[in-house]
Design a protein around this ligand. Structure first.
Ligand SMILES: *Cc1c(COP(=O)(O)O)cnc(C)c1O
Length: 396
């Protein structure tokens, strides 16, 4: 009896599923230095280009001068500071909901919310392509857990028929590895018909979607009656870190009382909330960021389709190129990197078996010329992959 970790690691390598962490040696942005090499990158989630924005950095610096560096305690003890509170109020106003609650990150917001709302004797129904943090939350809640077919309201309805107890329907707003958008009006209708609550994790919709960047709910014109539980993360379009839940007074009070990942952790640094307040202001007011991004998405899709690449059903900044085999996806990623372009290969178990892909993401910080360079690199590299499925190259 012993841990044979080497065997597990070797098996992962053999399946082309071994993960490595590229070392980023520059700030986040289109032009980065990774593992000692300058690269043009298309794989971060900084859709609005705010992660290295000078005004956001200045807000963080001023916040640290004013409020210090550490949160110092949990929110319920003495860690809930003025900037945290101001950010919650600004996020409530932004989402048009009575209240918002700040979490340290999206994983914890999802875990805390689902486990506070449902437990033994209840039901949680999730899209089968939901983000791992939502699936983990559902499993850990102790509620009856079932996954419905991707974005399929009929599949959801048939599971709702069998649901017991309080029932929570949970979906990504924009699916993180596919870029498609949840059929929120349909899901909300199905949930309401059975008195279930709909929870939407809009980590990738805040910023790019909606006239003011308020995400998928704004995009579809839905309200708190349709989507009682709305999650946003701050590490993507907001360019900072953290997450929030927006909803009714009772929802937020319930989370403050019962969400363990909220209660038993130190508050995020208050200066970070100062930075996020600034990025929220930029996200809301600088409409050119969304407009420029929309133009880049169109440019990429038209160009990639002309090259015969298999794109997915997405109008969002997430524009995956479907490859299938993990070895081939890795090889294409490597070929691009040799030409100075970085796009990470996404493989199982992050995506379903046989659906490895290059997850291209676009940002308002990219220029048209940079998207053109990406398309040129794809034009050169894609044919080098060939057609055969025998990928002997091991980039582990
Ligand atoms: C990134 C992501 C999360 C996790 O958010 P963090 O703040 O990075 O922990 C949750 N849900 C979705 C859909 C995400 O894409």
């Amino acid at each position: 009896m012993s841990f044979d970790l080497n065997a597990r690691l070797a098996a992962r390598r053999a399946e082309h599923l071994y993960r490595q962490r590229p070392l980023l040696q520059s700030p986040q942005g289109p032009e980065v230095v990774v593992d000692g090499k300058p690269l043009l990158a298309f794989c971060n989630n900084d859709y609005m280009g705010l992660a290295s924005h000078p005004e956001v950095i200045a807000a963080w610096q001023a916040g640290a001068e004013r409020w210090g560096v550490g949160g110092g305690a949990s929110h319920l003890v003495i860690g809930h500071s003025t900037p945290h509170h101001a950010l919650e109020e600004a996020l409530a106003e932004f989402t048009g909901r009575p209240r918002a609650l700040l979490f340290s990150n999206g994983y914890m917001a999802n875990l805390g919310t689902v486990t506070a709302l449902v437990g033994q004797g209840d039901t949680v129904l999730e899209d089968r392509l939901n983000h791992a943090s939502l699936l983990d939350a559902g499993l850990l809640s102790g509620a009856r857990f079932s996954r419905y077919l991707h974005n399929d309201c009929e599949s959801l309805a048939s599971r709702l028929d069998k649901a017991v107890g309080d029932t929570l329907v949970v979906t990504d707003g924009v699916f993180s590895m596919d870029g498609d958008v949840a059929d929120l009006p349909g899901l909300a209708k199905a949930a309401k018909a059975k008195n279930a609550w709909l929870m939407v994790d809009d980590a990738h919709g805040f910023g790019p979607l909606g006239a003011n960047g308020a995400g998928i709910v704004e995009h579809f014109g839905l309200g708190i009656d349709d989507v009682p539980v709305l999650i946003g993360t701050l590490g993507k379009s907001f360019g900072t870190a953290g997450a929030f839940v927006a909803g009714s007074e009772e929802l937020i009070e319930t989370l403050i009382q019962f969400a363990r990942p909220y209660i038993y952790t130190t508050s995020q640094p208050p200066a970070l909330a100062c930075a996020t307040l600034k990025s929220l202001e930029l996200l809301r007011t600088e409409h050119w960021r969304r407009e420029h991004l929309t133009a880049l998405i169109k440019q990429f899709r038209v160009g990639a389709q002309a090259l015969g690449l298999e794109l997915m059903d997405s109008f969002t900044p997430i524009q995956p190129i479907l490859i299938g085999d993990s070895g081939r996806a890795l090889r294409l990623s490597q070929l691009l990197r040799e030409r100075g372009v970085m796009v990470t290969a996404i493989r199982p178990p992050t995506v379903p078996a046989g659906s490895a892909r290059l997850r291209v993401t676009l940002s308002a910080a990219h220029s048209e010329a940079q998207v053109q360079l990406l398309l040129q690199a794809l034009e050169q590299c894609y044919p080098l992959l060939g057609v055969d499925e025998s990928s002997e190259l091991d980039h582990a």
